[in-house]
Design a protein around this ligand. Structure first.
Ligand SMILES: NC(=O)c1ccc[n+]([C@@H]2O[C@H](COP(=O)([O-])OP(=O)(O)OC[C@H]3O[C@@H](n4cnc5c(N)ncnc54)[C@H](O)[C@@H]3O)[C@@H](O)[C@H]2O)c1
Length: 265
């Protein structure tokens, strides 16, 4: 998704790409170079705060930090529940903190969440435990929540849902702070998107995936380019009054699945 977004934003920016895996960075830079987009790459583990600090220092050294698009993440079949929370939730908190330090006036941060994060109603019992990710005990409290939720989705699924709910919520929580710097912060929640991660998850889901697609009003997988278009809108001047909110780009799945009776004759 990150590559599609860089491609969509095009040559108006100087890009700094980040990934934990050097080979994925090299691949991404090569793909963008083919389209005449120059991008520097830097290895970064978002779950390691000093690594994130170095990344944003490098971005600031390159010029005004106008946009930070945070797409890194692990899906349920990629890691254990602890690592999923560490990367997707704590890593997002680190990304937000270090971005806040360097973001330019007029800048915007977009955090990629997931429609999975919409499966937890806001204002419920989880909010208190997720309130202060930078304080000690955050991951332990999250692990307890995950155990409590696990009966429905398995522990890795529960960790993914919780981490993506956290991403939506913590992005909103930071809007006032970003506003004080003249910057915006939003999240985007993709549905089933055809990327390497998407394919891994949807192969694992098997027939449940077919049922999901059937329930989706736009009854197909989304493309990374469609998420990139949403991000380009949010980054651009047409979204100048949009901050502290989430944009659900899921082909309508969440709306349809949470309101199954509506429209059924
Ligand atoms: N593909 C989908 O269907 C889908 C749906 C909803 C949400 N999402 C979310 O969209 C985002 C992008 O997903 P994608 O489909 O492009 O997946 P992807 O696996 O192609 O890309 C994710 C990238 O994150 C990197 N990464 C993993 N751990 C990291 C870490 N600790 N530090 C830095 N980089 C790390 C991986 O190396 C990988 O290149 C993710 O946050 C994902 O949860 C994807």
């Amino acid at each position: 998704m990150g590559i599609a977004i860089a491609r969509r934003l095009g040559s108006g920016y100087e890009f700094l790409l980040a990934d934990v895996a050097q080979d994925r960075l090299d691949q991404a830079a090569a793909q963008l170079a083919e389209q005449g987009i120059r991008a520097e790459g830097m290895v970064c583990d978002i779950a390691h705060r000093p690594s994130v600090g170095r990344l944003l220092d490098r971005a600031a050294a390159m010029g005004q930090v106008a946009a930070v698009i945070h797409t890194a993440g692990l899906s349920p079949h990629m890691a254990d529940p602890g690592r999923i929370m560490e990367v997707n939730a704590l890593g997002t908190a680190y990304m937000i903190e270090e971005t806040y330090r360097v973001i330019a006036h007029g800048g915007v941060m977009v955090n990629i969440s997931s429609m999975a994060g919409h499966n937890i109603p806001a204002g419920g019992p989880y909010d208190q435990a997720l309130e202060r990710p930078l304080e000690e005990g955050f991951l332990a409290a999250a692990a307890q929540l995950v155990q409590g939720m696990a009966s429905q989705a398995g522990e890795t699924g529960a960790a993914y849902v919780l981490s993506k709910y956290f991403t939506i919520r913590y992005s909103k929580q930071n809007a006032a702070r970003f506003g004080q710097k003249g910057a915006r912060i939003v999240s985007v929640s993709p549905g089933a998107i055809e990327t390497p991660m998407g394919r891994t998850e949807y192969e694992a889901k098997g027939s449940r995936m077919a049922a999901m697609l059937e329930m989706t009003p736009i009854s197909r997988f989304g493309q990374a380019s469609e998420i990139a278009s949403a991000v380009a809108f949010l980054v651009g001047p047409d979204a100048s009054y949009i901050t502290g909110t989430d944009l659900l780009c899921d082909g309508g799945f969440i709306g349809a699945s949470q309101n199954p009776q509506v429209g059924q004759e």
